[in-house]
Design a protein around this ligand. Structure first.
Ligand code: GDP
Ligand code: MG
Length: 597
């Protein structure tokens, strides 16, 4: 296809505004799917995605559309991952397109995620087509939402298309609008090859598959290519596209989007954002914007049953095959034994991996307190990155500590604004902006990431009755008065319970954890002191008093079988405990103790 007949676009939307439904509808209209296949949402693959309504891995589809002018066009629909932790992957998908469909539910209006995505699209110079969805619903207010898009986002919404992705109403107009209003890509087939890696994933039959957008040159089977940022060479063995079924092609040309395979073993070797060029005729420079993915949230994952350690290692390895953005390395903890220190792009990413391990691999896990990555500037000038509070260096050798901050956008109906602002203040937030759009407020805050990793989403949802929407991007590192709080049980520090906090909050948090542990750790035969300490200084203390009698004591003289039963029950209970020094700590205590209240 010549360049003037190609259009590359993505769909951006807040969760549940109808992105997947519209995508399926467009595929159906272009003959890519039968009625029966339409039943299932094709673009969302995994169970978890479907249940949670988020897209984790993107899928891209090439459509053939014959427009009203009689010409046939190649439309490449790039699906983007649908949640906040994958901002970089979203930005690369957007960089591979010339325009976006901005889908807004016309019964709901603009939300935080709509905004975050649309700003990225604008940064990538996209032409934007507003699509007002769910026109079939009586509560739809297309005029108001159209005005809102102009007011809040500041783009011209006069060309907005009012559709129902569900019934198909007006969806053909969306395709027309793509052809008439989005620009065609540019590029030159005779220039050296430059292709942007937009996504990569592991296919059990074909190995690693790489999705690319060709900028210049062409990509063919048998060609030797180099990845310019990671500096590796590969031989292309298959080239093709998805329509949405996989189709082999002879070559991919400028402006086009498609996949290739090259006997690559791990997705980590095909980094999103890297540039593919031809080894014997390389481009002079890679494309802009390459950023190796770095985990921002870390936690320990330990098998409940120590015998599952090897299974856990294998499961983590398998998940890593398909998700290079998640990291893991062996770790051992005095309290929890052998496990792994794992790094994630964000909290939701952590939850998804944890859920998949439990669901798909049937593993019972203990998760330790999530921690962000701190930068320790040492007195001798060395900078240490710390992602496990247990590894905190000697404080007398630390000059200063920096922590990551985020920029958060929160949208909330007016009546819940008060508690939301209070929550942000409690979490050390700094207000950047507060504006109103009708009866909704938009607050932009800077917040330390460490204050949101635990339960910020939950709190935000509960204090706004589920109406607040939230989006964030990692902003910058800033110095903070941070301390490590150690928890001592029976005078011994429990490394898996150590956590970092701002000094101003350390006492309150320390006290809270001690009092939680007091309730979580069962009484034992002796008195157990529980302390929170910074360095050698105890800042909070609780005591679990001793159990008065042996459990069997109460059946003195009673029948022996009852006594046996009690002992057995006690033994079973023990399985879910971890021996620590003389004290047994139930597994559930590790995470429960650290939840902020
Ligand atoms: P996504 O999260 O943006 O991908 O949203 P989905 O496409 O999964 O849609 C979310 C929900 O809205 C689903 O229950 C859809 O059936 C429903 N939905 C999508 N489009 C329409 C529409 O035009 N009208 C109505 N009534 N419901 C819709
Ligand atoms: Mg979806």
């Amino acid at each position: 296809t010549d360049l003037s007949h190609i259009r590359n676009f993505s769909i951006i939307a807040h969760i549940d505004h109808g992105k997947s439904t519209l995508a399926d509808r467009l595929i159906h209209l272009c003959g890519g799917l039968s009625d029966r296949e339409m039943q299932a949402q094709v673009l969302d693959n995994m169970d978890i995605e479907r249940e949670r309504g988020i897209t984790i891995k993107s899928q891209t589809v090439r459509l053939k559309y014959t427009a009203k002018n009689g010409e046939t066009y190649q439309l490449n629909l790039m699906d983007t991952p649908g949640h906040v932790d994958f901002a970089y992957e979203v930005s690369r998908s957007l960089a591979a397109c010339e325009g976006s469909l901005l889908v807004v539910d016309s019964t709901q209006g603009v939300e935080a995620q709509t905004l975050a995505n649309v700003y990225q699209a604008i940064e990538n110079d996209h032409e934007i087509i507003p699509v007002l969805n769910k026109a079939d619903l009586p509560a739809a207010e297309p005029d108001r939402i159209q005005q809102q898009i102009e007011d809040v986002i500041g783009i011209d919404a006069s060309g907005a298309v009012l559709v129902s992705a569900k019934t198909g109403l007006n969806c053909e107009e969306v395709l027309e609008s793509i052809v008439t209003t989005l620009p065609a890509p540019t590029g030159n087939k005779d220039n050296p090859l430059q292709a942007l890696i937009v996504d990569s994933w592991y296919d059990p039959y074909l190995g690693v598959m790489i999705l690319v957008r060709i900028v210049d040159g062409s990509l063919k089977r048998g060609m030797k290519v180099s990845f310019m940022n990671t500096e590796t060479d590969h031989l292309i063995d298959q080239v093709g596209c998805f329509s949405p079924k996989m189709e082999k092609l002879a070559e991919l040309n400028p402006g086009e989007v498609g996949y290739f395979t090259a006997a690559i073993k791990s997705v980590a070797d095909a980094a999103v954002g890297d540039t593919v060029t031809e080894t014997k005729k390389p481009a002079s420079e890679p494309l802009d914007g390459f950023k190796p993915s770095t985990p921002v949230v870390w936690c320990g994952l330990f098998p409940v049953d120590a015998a599952d350690f090897e299974d856990l290692r294998e499961a983590l390895g398998k998940l890593h095959l398909n998700d290079a953005s998640f990291h893991f390395e062996p770790e051992s903890s005095a309290a929890l034994g052998f496990g792994f220190r794992c790094g994630f792009l964000g909290l939701l990413h952590l939850e998804i991996i944890q859920e998949r391990l439990e669901r798909e691999y049937d593993l019972d896990l203990i998760t330790t307190s999530p921690s962000v990555v701190y930068r320790m500037h040492m007195n001798d000038g060395e900078v240490i990155t710390l992602h496990n509070p247990a590894d905190m260096p000697d404080v007398t050798k630390i000059d200063r500590i920096e922590e990551p901050w985020i920029k958060a956008t929160i949208m909330v109906p007016d009546e819940y604004l008060g508690p939301v602002l209070q929550l942000c203040t409690d979490r050390r937030g700094e207000q950047m902006e507060l504006t109103y759009v009708g009866s909704r407020a938009m607050a932009v805050y800077r917040l330390p990431l460490n204050e949101i990793v635990f339960d910020f989403y939950d709190r935000l949802k509960s204090c706004s009755r589920g109406y607040a929407s939230f989006d964030y991007e990692v902003d910058e590192y800033r110095e903070g008065d941070l301390v490590r709080i150690q928890i001592l049980v029976n005078a011994e520090p429990v490394d898996a319970l150590a956590f970092m906090a701002h000094r101003s909050q350390s006492e309150g948090r320390g006290r809270q954890v001690c009092s939680r542990l007091k309730d979580l750790i069962p009484r034992q035969l002796f008195k157990i002191p529980i302390q929170a300490a910074i360095g050698g200084k105890v800042i909070a203390r609780e005591t679990i008093s001793a159990m008065r009698k042996d459990v069997t004591a109460k059946c003195y003289g009673g029948d022996i079988s009852r006594k046996k039963k009690l002992l057995e029950k006690q033994k079973k209970g023990k399985k879910k405990m971890r021996q620590f020094g003389k004290v047994e700590i139930p597994q559930t205590a590790f995470i429960a103790a650290l939840k902020m209240g």
